[in-house]
Design a protein around this ligand. Structure first.
Ligand code: AMP
Length: 191
């Protein structure tokens, strides 16, 4: 079973590359941001709870995210593997993910980190905000808040996977095809 953490700051291209990875390796795409936006659209209590955090670019509390991911993994019986996109974003989430995968006798195969400079990220997010309809992409203060939170709360996750020899850095600047090739080089040995 191939289970990947696709890691990187907001605007690094995780969603775009996830689509390519899902097609080639037939994995279940588990994006916590997409799941929250679906709950929001459906007007569920979880969506209402998450909205305040999301609109400001703050992280939804760990226990809420972890429960949502656990439920989704349990739902996907028979999956060939998972690609985790936008999760884990804190060390407690990474620890919880290992714990929940262990219950199913699964484990993370590799953590791929897309590397993009902060200036490039800001430009990409502003441009995405023109068409995405995402409140959190349309305001410079919110964009900066998300990048700051990534630097402060999310980057320690790198160390977590580094210690497990699962960390792999991928240059996230270039054409979609070039970046995908670099990803495939890392994943093909697991296939
Ligand atoms: P994303 O689509 O990954 O940029 O996520 C959009 C928003 O959803 C984030 O700014 C957070 O408010 C929330 N969110 C998504 N994933 C997580 C996570 N793993 N932990 C906490 N909050 C999250």
């Amino acid at each position: 079973m191939l289970n990947i953490v696709l890691f990187g700051p907001p605007g690094a291209g995780k969603g775009t590359q996830s689509e390519n990875i899902v097609k080639k390796y037939e994995l279940v795409h588990l994006s916590t941001g997409d799941l929250f936006r679906k709950h929001l659209g459906d007007g569920t209590p979880l969506g209402t709870l998450a909205q305040g955090y999301m609109d400001e670019g703050n992280l939804v509390p760990d226990e809420v995210v972890i429960k949502m991911v656990e439920d989704k993994i349990a739902e996907e019986t028979g999956a060939k593997g998972f690609i985790f996109d936008g999760f884990p974003r804190t060390v407690p989430q990474a620890e919880a993910l290992d714990g929940m995968l262990e219950k199913f006798s699964y484990s993370i195969s590799k953590m791929l980190a897309l590397e993009v400079s902060p200036n490039e990220l800001r430009a990409r997010l502003r441009s995405r905000g023109k068409t995405s309809g995402r409140v959190d992409d349309q305001d410079d203060a919110k964009i900066d808040n998300r990048i700051n939170i990534y630097n402060e709360e999310t980057t320690p996750v790198v160390d977590y996977y580094h210690k497990q020899n699962k960390f792999c850095s991928i240059d996230g600047v270039g054409s979609i095809a070039t970046i995908f090739n670099a990803i495939c080089k890392e994943l093909d040995p697991f296939n």
